[in-house]
Design a protein around this ligand. Structure first.
Ligand code: CA
Length: 402
C-alpha cells in the first residue's frame, strides 16, 4: 500500500493524536462523503439534552480509525495474524463504518425506512468518491471493506474488531460521548483493554486478569444507554422529529406538490431508498433549514411541531397508563391526538451471551482455555438476563397545565 510522503497527524481530544501514514486513508478522508460527516453531530437528539455533546461523526470516525490502528500495533499477535491487505481493510472499515449516517441518525432511520448500515454499504460499494478511491487500488476492495462492516467477512477477527460487543467503534464512542456530555460513566480503560487483548485460536480474546476492566466496560455502556442515549428528554425530542415527518407524510398523501416546498425532504417523501446524492444532502444544516421552512408554512400542526423542535419546546412524558386520558385531554385542548400523543418504547440488553455467532461475543483467555465472558463473570451473567423495557407516553405539556 502506498504511503504518504509525509505522515499526517490530527489532534484529537480523546486519543491525543490520530496518525495517518497511508495514502488511501488520507484520500478517503478527503472525499465528499467523509467530509459530510463533519456536518452531522454524533449524538443527534442527545445533544439537545447534554448541550456540550456537539461533537461530529467525523471526530468519532477519526477516533475509531485510530483505535483500529492502535490494535494493529499494540494487540499481541494481531500484526502477524493479519496480512498487510487485511490490516488496511481493518483501518478502512473503522474509518468508514458510519459513512451512511443521516442527520439525527437513529431518529431519522424510522423516517427514511432504512438503517445507516444499508446506506454505508451503498456508499462504499456504489456510486461515490469513496468507491472511486477504494476501487482504484483494486476492484474487490470496496466489497471487502463493506463486508467487515456487515459482519460477513470470512476473517472473523476483522468483524470482531469493528463490529462486535467489544470493538473499535464502541470503545471510541463511549469515551468520546462521555467526555463531551460531561457524564463520567463512559470512562473505560482503553489502554488496559488493548494491552490484554490477544489473538488465540483465530479469535480476539482478553486475558482474564482484565475481567474487572471488561465488567466495567459492560457496566459503562449499560449506564450510558439509560443515562444518556435513552434519556427521556432526548426521546421526547426524537418523538417530535418522528411526528413532524408523520405530519409531513400525511400532507404529502393529500397533496403531492408539498414535496416541492421542502427540497431537502423531497426524496424521503417520494422514494423508499435514497440515492447516495440524495442522502448526501441530509446533514444537520439542511434538515434544520427544513424545520424553519415548516415553521413558516401554512399547516398549523406542521408549523407547531417544527417550532417545538427549533425552540426545544419538548413534550412532557408520563406512564403509559395515562394514554387514553391524555388523548382526551388533547382533544379538549385542540391538539390532534394522532400527532400529539405518542407511545415510545426502548429496550437495552447489556450483554448478549453466545448464541451461534462467535464473532459477536467477548471471549476471555483463562487458565482453563478460552471462555465466553458470561461464563467467567457472574456480574455479566446476571446482566445478560436483563432486558429492560421502558415505555412512556409523550404529550404537550400545555394539556396538563390547563
Ligand atoms: Ca459508530
Amino acid at each position: 500500500m502506498e504511503k504518504l510522503l509525509e505522515k499526517r497527524v490530527i489532534r484529537d481530544v480523546i486519543h491525543g493524536y490520530v496518525h495517518i501514514e497511508d495514502k488511501i486513508i488520507w484520500d478517503c478522508i478527503n472525499t465528499r462523503e467523509f467530509q459530510r460527516l463533519r456536518r452531522i453531530r454524533q449524538l443527534g437528539s442527545t445533544a439537545v439534552i447534554f448541550p456540550s455533546g456537539e461533537h461530529s461523526r467525523a471526530t468519532h470516525s477519526f477516533g475509531t480509525y485510530e483505535i483500529a490502528k492502535r490494535m494493529i500495533n499494540e494487540v499481541d499477535g494481531l500484526k502477524e495474524y493479519l496480512n498487510e491487505r487485511e490490516q488496511m481493510v481493518l483501518m478502512l472499515a473503522a474509518l468508514l463504518h458510519d459513512i451512511g449516517h443521516a442527520s439525527f441518525s437513529h431518529s431519522f432511520e424510522h423516517i427514511i425506512h432504512s438503517n445507516h448500515e444499508e446506506y454505508t454499504q451503498q456508499i462504499i460499494t456504489g456510486d461515490s468518491e469513496i468507491y472511486d478511491v477504494l476501487s482504484a487500488v483494486d476492484e474487490d476492495l470496496p466489497k471487502e471493506v463493506a463486508s467487515v462492516i456487515n459482519h460477513s467477512h470470512p476473517n472473523g477477527v476483522l468483524c470482531q474488531l469493528i463490529s462486535s460487543q467489544l470493538d473499535a467503534d464502541r470503545l471510541d464512542y463511549l469515551l468520546r460521548d462521555s467526555y463531551f456530555t460531561g457524564v463520567s460513566y463512559g470512562q473505560i480503560d482503553l489502554d488496559r483493554i488493548l494491552r490484554t487483548m490477544r489473538i488465540s485460536n483465530g479469535k480476539v480474546v482478553i486475558k482474564n486478569t482484565s475481567i474487572y476492566t471488561i465488567e466495567n466496560y459492560i457496566m459503562s455502556r449499560y449506564h450510558m444507554y439509560w443515562q444518556v442515549y435513552y434519556h427521556p428528554n432526548s426521546r421526547s425530542y426524537d418523538v417530535l422529529l418522528r411526528q413532524v415527518f408523520t405530519r409531513l407524510r400525511d400532507l404529502f398523501e393529500e397533496n403531492r406538490r408539498i414535496a416541492d416546498e421542502y427540497p431537502m425532504f423531497k426524496a424521503i417523501l417520494e422514494k423508499d431508498m435514497l440515492s447516495n446524492d440524495e442522502l448526501f444532502l441530509l446533514d444537520d444544516a439542511t434538515v434544520m433549514y427544513g424545520f424553519h421552512l415548516m415553521e413558516m408554512g401554512n399547516d398549523k400542526i406542521l408549523s407547531d411541531l417544527a417550532r417545538r423542535i427549533l425552540n426545544r419546546d419538548l413534550f412532557e412524558y408520563s406512564n403509559k397508563t395515562r394514554e387514553a386520558e391524555l388523548k382526551q385531554l388533547c382533544l379538549n385542548n385542540g391538539f390532534d391526538p394522532n400527532y400529539y400523543v405518542v407511545v415510545d418504547q426502548q429496550s437495552q440488553i447489556p450483554y448478549k451471551p453466545y448464541s451461534g455467532n462467535s464473532s459477536q461475543c467477548i471471549w476471555m483467555l483463562t487458565d482453563e482455555g478460552i471462555k465466553e465472558l458470561s461464563e467467567v463473570s457472574s456480574v455479566v451473567k446476571s446482566l445478560s438476563y436483563i432486558d429492560e423495557q421502558d415505555e412512556r407516553v409523550f404529550y404537550p405539556r400545555e394539556v396538563d397545565e390547563n
